[in-house]
Design a protein around this ligand. Sequence first.
Ligand SMILES: CC(C)(COP(=O)(O)OP(=O)(O)OC[C@H]1O[C@@H](n2cnc3c(N)ncnc32)[C@H](O)[C@@H]1OP(=O)(O)O)[C@@H](O)C(=O)NCCC(=O)NCCS
Length: 169
Amino acid sequence: MPLIETFTTHSLLAERLRFQHLTELNRMHQNQQVMATLGGVLSDEETRLFIFNNLHHWQQYGFGLWVFRDKINHQFVGRAGLRNTNVEGSNEVELAYALMAKFWGLGLATEMGEKILKIGFELLNLREVVCFTLTTNLASQRVMEKLGFKYEREFIYANFPHLFYRLKA
Ligand SMILES: CC(C)(COP(=O)(O)OP(=O)(O)OC[C@H]1O[C@@H](n2cnc3c(N)ncnc32)[C@H](O)[C@@H]1OP(=O)(O)O)[C@@H](O)C(=O)NCCC(=O)NCCS
C-alpha cells in the first residue's frame, strides 16, 4: 500500500501529520469555536497524546490524518484524514475533518474530503468509508451530503446524539 506523505487539492497543500505540527494543532484545539462540535477544547498534554495516537495510527495502518495549508501563503487551515474507529462494535474507517474558523464557508472541507475519499478508494483500496457528526452540526452534515455519503442512522457517541453516514466505493 502506498504511503501518501503529501498531496495537493485545488487550493490546499496536505502533509502527513507530524509531531512538528504541535503548535498549530494546539492553536486549533484550544479554540472554543472550532472545538465546540468536537468534544470541547484540549490541553497541550491532550494534543500531544492526540498526535502520539495519530502517529501510531499511521504506523499501524499506513494512513491517517494530514495537515492542510493554503497554497498561497502556507497558512494552517486544518486537519483531515481517514482513521480506523469502532462504532457500536463495528470496525469502520472514518473520514474526519476540522478547519480553523476563518476558513469556514469556503468549500474547503468538501475539497479536502473529495481528495481524501479518492485516495481512500483508489489508492488504499477501501471499500467504504463512514462519517458521523452531532445531530446539531448542520455544516458537517451538509459536507457529508455534498461528498455523497448516505444517511444510515442516529446513535449515541460520547454521550451525545450523532448522525451516522456511509459511502461505498
Ligand atoms: C464542519 C466544518 C468542517 C465545515 O467546513 P467548511 O469548509 O465550512 O465546509 P464547506 O464550506 O465545504 O461546506 C459547508 C456547507 O454547510 C453549509 N452550512 C454551514 N453552516 C450551516 C448551518 N448552520 N446550517 C445548514 N448548513 C450550513 C454551508 O452553506 C455549506 O453548504 P453549501 O456548499 O451547500 O452552501 C467546519 O465548520 C469545522 O471545521 N467545524 C469544526 C469542527 C467540526 O465540526 N468538524 C466536523 C466534525 S464531524
